[in-house]
Design a protein around this ligand. Structure first.
Ligand code: 13P
Length: 252
């Protein structure tokens, strides 16, 4: 069953762009990118840059903002962390959960991604659950097993209605920041597996859950990736730091 999913173009700035750089970015980006209502555009700045992005976006309700991480607990003695409630209070409506750098640099577990997704939903944040295999897992033909494990674990604490409201991002670790993009066929193959798993969980509504591809997306390759089967959008790191390049990706 083919269902139209509104394309999602999401920028993960990672640990780049402080408030000053973000304001300069938005001056250029917003001048180039006029409001359009046929796609969802989301910026994920560093938490300390969120307020500057909110200020820079004033009057541009067509662009959403999110945080790159939340803590799984509601509140308390977790020095250096931010909760879902704090993210909402600061103006975020989206949150990345289980990004590969959280998993592989900071040791985040499947259990934590499940608890973070649940906490996000509890506070009305739209979670973007990130999944993806490492190169050695791909070479050992474990891609499907790894992605399904991460997907099922991450969604395990959610009721079906909460799963219907989620966004998934498939980001093969070997393609992140490497310039080595998955081919549209590579992406489509994994996206089909994710789609089938989502439909098992929530029936035909699984066709309407956006599945984004991430990993060395650029203005040059974005159109081909978006045209691939079951690819509903992109999650972009490096190429989202150039305001004109990001505008080109948003126009794809
Ligand atoms: P790059 O686009 O820099 O490969 O990063 C992808 C990513 O991790 C987005 O979350």
């Amino acid at each position: 069953m083919a269902m139209h999913v509104r394309p999602v173009l999401a920028a993960n700035w990672k640990m780049n762009n402080g408030p000053t750089a973000a304001a300069a970015f938005l001056d250029v980006f917003l001048a180039k990118h006029g409001a359009c209502d046929d796609r969802t555009i989301i910026l994920f700045p560093p938490a300390l840059t969120l307020a500057a992005v909110q200020a820079g976006l004033a009057g541009r309700a067509d662009i959403g903002v999110g945080v790159q991480n939340i803590h799984a607990e509601e509140k308390g003695a977790y020095t250096g962390e931010s909760s879902a409630a704090i993210a909402v209070d600061a103006g975020a409506t989206y949150v990345l959960v289980g990004h590969s750098e959280r998993r592989h640099v900071f040791g985040e577990t499947d259990d934590e991604t499940a608890r973070k997704c649940a906490r996000a939903v509890q506070h009305g944040l739209t979670a973007v659950l990130c999944v993806g295999e490492k190169i050695e897992q791909r070479e050992a033909s474990e891609t499907e097993a790894v992605v399904l494990r991460q997907l099922q674990a991450g969604l395990s604490a959610l009721a079906p209605d909460a799963i219907r409201a989620i966004i998934i991002a498939y980001e093969p670790v070997w393609a992140i920041g490497t310039g080595r993009t998955a081919t549209p066929d590579d992406a489509a193959a994994v996206h089909r597996v994710i789609r089938a798993a989502l439909c098992e969980l929530v029936g035909d509504d699984g066709h309407a859950i956006p599945i984004l591809y991430g990993g060395s997306v650029t203005p040059a390759n974005v159109a081909a990736l978006l045209a691939a089967d079951e690819v509903d959008g992109v999650l972009v790191g490096g190429a989202s730091l150039d305001p004109l390049g990001w505008a080109a990706i948003c126009a794809a």
